[in-house]
Design a protein around this ligand. Structure first.
Ligand SMILES: [Zn+2]
Ligand SMILES: [Zn+2]
Length: 271
């Protein structure tokens, strides 16, 4: 339920839950529970964002390896290949990404062998399913003519990163799953768009104690996000990762706390 697409003249950034994508030649970000490629496909088709044509999904940035952020990863690896991507996928993310990638490729070994054998339907572009997985640290992790991508460490239950995307006409920061951090504020300062997770106290109160304890350490409440945004001063704040909470509930909670410009992100919104 949480896919967003942002488009500018030269670059599209797609946020599929926690994987983001900037396309031109297409940089993606990755991590999704919904089908990553389907979201890009819908953006390409319904929103006329040509850079998100699925075979152009070639670069992805992963915030962390929780399953709700990575179940779409094999989809991103394989679906664009089967419809025509000829080059390996380039993926950037925390330690553990390489092992996850190797295991996924092994899990689909029969599929890969069948598609690339002398009778296979992808035999003429056998590199399209390959993945170059880059395990990163904070700093600039990617740069091309359209975008510079800078990673910053966040505070979650495992190694995790947020990312800042600088394009010729906009700067976009995505938090990933995290407790409030100064690094996020520093990454945003002056940014056009900050995409940040948020949970309301009313919703958290309905959750089991272990969940509440976990959330207090590794996620962000709306009051905390309001404080953070007042310091970070994004031109637009987009709230994401609100789980079973309805967009209306989150909107009314945040309206009482934050006077800046913000929206609750919804599938395939374009900003
Ligand atoms: Zn997480
Ligand atoms: Zn999550």
């Amino acid at each position: 339920m949480e896919d967003w697409t942002y488009a500018s003249k030269r670059c599209a950034v797609q946020v599929v839950y926690k994987l983001r994508l900037c396309a031109g030649t297409s940089h993606g970000f990755s991590g999704s529970r919904a089908a990553t490629t389907n979201a890009a496909s819908a953006a390409f088709r319904d929103k006329d964002i040509k850079a998100l044509e699925p075979t152009k999904l070639r670069v992805a940035f992963v915030t962390h390896l929780h399953s709700d952020h990575t179940v779409g990863y094999p989809d991103l690896i394989f679906t664009p290949w089967t419809i025509g991507r000829r080059v390996p996928l380039e993926v950037y993310g925390p330690k553990g990404l390489k092992a996850m990638t190797e295991h996924l490729l092994e899990a689909y070994r029969v599929d890969i062998e069948t598609r690339t054998n002398p009778d296979g339907n992808q035999r003429e572009f056998p590199d399209g399913h390959k993945v170059n997985a880059h395990e990163i640290g904070p700093g600039v992790v990617y740069k091309d003519a359209n975008v510079t991508v800078t990673a910053f460490a966040t505070k979650h239950a495992m190694e995790s990163y947020g990312y800042r995307f600088d394009t010729p006409d906009r700067s976009i920061v995505i938090s990933g799953d995290t407790n409030p951090t100064q690094a996020t504020i520093a990454a945003c300062r002056g940014c056009d768009i900050l995409i940040h997770e948020a949970q309301t106290p009313a919703w958290l109160a309905t959750r089991p104690a272990t969940f509440q304890q976990f959330a207090a350490k590794y996620h962000t409440r709306t009051a905390q996000l309001a404080d953070l945004a007042r310091e970070a001063k994004p031109r637009l704040l987009i709230l994401i990762h609100y789980n079973a909470l309805s967009p209306e509930e989150l909107l009314s909670d945040m309206l009482t706390r934050y006077a800046g410009h913000f929206v609750v992100g919804r599938d395939l919104d374009v900003y």
